[in-house]
Every structure is written in structure tokens, then in C-alpha cells.
Design a protein. Structure first.
Length: 225
């Protein structure tokens, strides 16, 4: 049997699209209180963005849709609507580069924050938001975690290079940092640069190639309820 007419067959999305949409599941809202945020925004320029208002992700030029759409990464439903301007929220122009990680260190950080998150879950910690305090000294970057009022542990985080920002400590959710690092790991970031501005403005993690993530800091109430 011969086929006289050749049929042109082209993929709409890039090879990494499925992985990107899977990663986006962690960044969309789990609540229907703001239905728009349960979707990942597919911008007409090929970018995918998602947020639950506490963390966000921006994956560059990963889809092939020719106009703006909202896609639910859990059930693949399409919608349209005005999504929050994450480009503005994720702008790092005024931020200061403090930490640089290589690919192996991204994996190590991910494993550390997975362990921290699991420990707080297993111990049924009373600590707010599974909080981690990042401490900067002249020699290293250290994560400090309190299990409860009497028990705590610290671990030094490996870095390729770092500089102390304008403050010495910043507090954030172990779970949200784990998800940000996991996104960079799954999407094969070769390096990761972490930017800070103040203790209460977004922490920006950028591989400066494909993936940028944001984690909002939380207030440090002595790490206790």
C-alpha cells in the first residue's frame, strides 16, 4: 500500500511540556476560593506561569499555543481570563544575588529540604508553616529548624558561592522551598542563582535559562505557635 499524499505532522509543544505541566501542579492553588489560581497561565509568547499567591513559577517558551489560555494541570481543562501579572511580581531587577548553586548542589538542597519537611511532618511540629530560618554568616549559609520549643537542629547548606545580603536571617516555608527546588531539579536547571531584597519580599530562584521560581518569606515569630 502506498500513500500518495504526505501528511505533515508537527508537535504543538516542546518536549519538556509534560514535565513542566506536572511541575506546575505544586504551584497552582489547591483551593477553589480563587478559581483562577487553580490554572496555569499559558502566555501567547510560549511561557507558562503559575502561583497560589505564596509561591510562583515561570517556565520560558515551553508551549506552542498561539494565544493566552489557562490550563488546569490536574484535569487539563482550558479556560480564558485575566491572570495576575506574575512578570512584575517575579522581576528581580532590584534584588541582590546572594547564593549560587551548581547542579549537584541543587540536588543536595532538594534532599535536605525534603528531609526537613518530612521531619516536621512526622514530628507533628507545632512550628508555624513548617518554618525554616536561613542564617547568613561570613563563612556559610545555615538552615535552622525548630521542632518545638525545646528541640532544634541546624545544617550548613552547600554553595558554589555566596554573599551576605543586607540582612542576616530570613524565614520561609520548608515545603515551599522544597517545591521550588524540585521544579528546578525536574526541569534540569544546570545552575541556580538565589536573589534577595528584604526579609519580607519574594525570594527569587532563577536558573537564568528556562525556569524561575519565587518563594514568599514568612514572619519569624521565634518559630513557635
Amino acid at each position: 500500500m502506498t500513500v500518495e499524499n504526505k501528511i505533515e505532522f508537527n508537535f504543538v509543544h516542546k518536549d519538556s511540556y509534560c514535565a513542566a505541566l506536572e511541575v506546575a501542579k505544586k504551584f497552582v492553588s489547591q483551593s477553589l476560593h480563587r478559581p483562577m489560581l487553580t490554572y496555569a497561565f499559558h502566555a501567547e509568547n510560549g511561557d507558562m506561569l503559575a502561583t497560589d499567591s505564596h509561591r510562583a513559577i515561570h517556565i520560558k517558551e515551553v508551549h506552542g499555543l498561539e494565544k493566552d489560555y489557562l490550563v488546569n494541570p490536574k484535569n487539563y481543562m482550558f479556560a480564558t481570563g485575566t491572570y495576575p501579572d506574575l512578570y512584575r511580581v517575579m522581576d528581580k531587577e532590584k534584588h541582590v544575588l546572594a547564593i549560587t548553586l551548581n547542579k549537584n548542589q541543587i540536588k543536595l538542597w532538594l534532599q535536605l529540604f525534603k528531609s526537613i519537611n518530612n521531619t516536621l511532618k512526622v514530628m507533628k511540629s507545632t512550628i508555624r508553616n513548617k518554618a525554616v530560618v536561613l542564617n547568613f554568616t561570613e563563612k556559610n549559609v545555615m538552615a535552622e529548624v525548630k521542632i518545638d520549643a525545646e528541640n532544634a537542629f541546624q545544617t550548613i547548606l552547600p554553595t558554589q558561592k555566596f554573599e551576605v545580603p543586607k540582612f542576616n536571617t530570613i524565614c520561609f516555608s520548608a515545603e515551599y522551598m522544597r517545591d521550588a527546588l524540585e521544579a528546578h531539579f525536574k526541569l534540569n536547571s544546570e545552575q541556580l542563582k538565589i536573589y534577595f531584597l528584604t526579609q519580607m519580599t519574594p525570594i527569587i530562584l532563577d536558573d537564568e535559562s528556562l525556569v524561575k521560581t519565587v518563594v514568599l518569606p514568612i514572619r519569624n515569630y521565634g518559630n513557635e505557635e
